[in-house]
Structures are given as C-alpha cells and as structure tokens.
Design a protein around this ligand. Structure first.
Ligand code: GRF
Length: 195
C-alpha cells in the first residue's frame, strides 16, 4: 500500500509513521505534502528519502475548492492508496474527501467525540476532566467526525498546563497512529485502544 502523509508543521507523527513502515509493514510512505512551505517536517521527510511537495494554501486565498483541486493534482501522480493527515491544519471539504473516499485518516488530540476542533487540551483541563487522549479516525466531510479507528488515554494531573498535557498525549499519538495504520493497511478496522 502507498501512503501519502499530509502535514502542516513539525511532522513528529509523520516521522513515526514513516519509521514504522519498514520491511515487515504492508505500506510504504510515497509522499509527504504540506500546505506550509516552512513546515519543519518537510526537511525531516527529505532526510528520510521521502518525496515532498508543498501546496501553499495562501496562494488560494478564500478559494478552498481551488486549493483542494491543486492538492488533488499534486497528490494523484503519487497514486496513494491511503492519505494520513498528521498535524494537517486545513479543513477538507466534501469534494476532497469524496475523491479519496474511505482512504483518509486523521489523528486528533482528544478523546472523540469530545472536543472536536481546536484547543482540545485547554478545554479538557478547563472542564475538570480526569483524562484526555488522542483519536485516529476516518475522515469524512464532518470536521473530526468519521468512524474511530483508535484511541489512547492519558491521565490529567493536577496542575497540568495544556502544554504538559499536549506533551503527554503526543507520546501516545506516536504509538497509536502507527498501530492504526498497520491495521488499516490490511483492511482491519478493529479499533486500537491504548493502554
Ligand atoms: C499534534 O499536537 C497533534 O495532536 C496534531 O498536530 C500536532 C502536531 O503534530 N495532530 P506533528 O508533530 O506535526 O505530527
């Protein structure tokens, strides 16, 4: 299976996914694409020998459809079987999701369906939750919706800042996403639940 990974920033999830796709894995990373030309993950992907592309969303101010058509025209020559969104911070419309129907995954830093959208850790702390975590889900047109393929839980500790919690959750993201991709690549949708 050919995997394209979409990033917007440092790409730590992309690195773990790419590192996990070694010889015994049914999938290979064939592309790392970012909407942000300054994304630190691009250099990391290049160092790993993975092809990289940039489609800068700022070139399509207000033209979401135009941005997505450009994304598709850049991605499709790499013929991915799976798209893994990993710290990709653009909302994708029905048109894009339909084009890759059933083949797009995303990791979101909350225990979905709680805390869709942004600032998930601050919201969990604010709500007085005792635990937080991350979810990998199939991407549908509904933001942070779609069937859940994996979740990892972490405790919220008294005095946690959102940065403390983000760091604790990120460690689990790096375990969860590769585990989900291994199953998804062979058509196994049994949810991965950590710990
Ligand atoms: C992480 O906080 C993750 O929860 C979210 O994007 C952030 C950056 O991820 N998906 P990465 O280091 O760019 O993979």
């Amino acid at each position: 299976k050919r995997v394209a990974i979409l990033i917007s920033g440092g790409g730590s999830n992309m690195v773990r996914l790419a590192e996990d796709m070694s010889d015994d894995h049914p999938a290979r990373p064939v592309l790392v694409l970012s909407n942000n030309p300054d994304a630190g993950g691009l250099a990391k992907a290049a160092q790993m020998g993975i092809a990289t592309e940039v489609v800068d969303h700022r070139d399509f101010k207000g033209d979401r459809e135009g941005f997505e058509r450009k994304l598709i025209s850049v991605i499709d020559p790499y013929a991915p079987d799976i798209l893994a969104l990993a710290g990709f911070m653009r909302i994708l419309t029905e048109e894009f999701v339909t084009h890759y129907a059933g083949r797009v995954l995303n990791i979101h830093p909350s225990l979905l369906p709680k805390y869709k959208g942004l600032h998930t850790h601050a919201r969990a702390i604010e709500a007085g939750d005792k635990e937080a975590g991350c979810s990998v889900h199939e991407v549908t047109a509904e933001l942070d919706g779609g069937p859940i393929l994996g979740q990892a839980r972490v405790p919220i500790v008294a005095g946690d800042t959102s940065d403390d919690l983000a760091a604790r959750v990120l460690v689990q993201e790096h375990k969860l996403y590769p585990a989900v991709l291994r199953r998804f690549a062979v058509g196994d949708k049994t949810p991965v639940l950590l710990p």
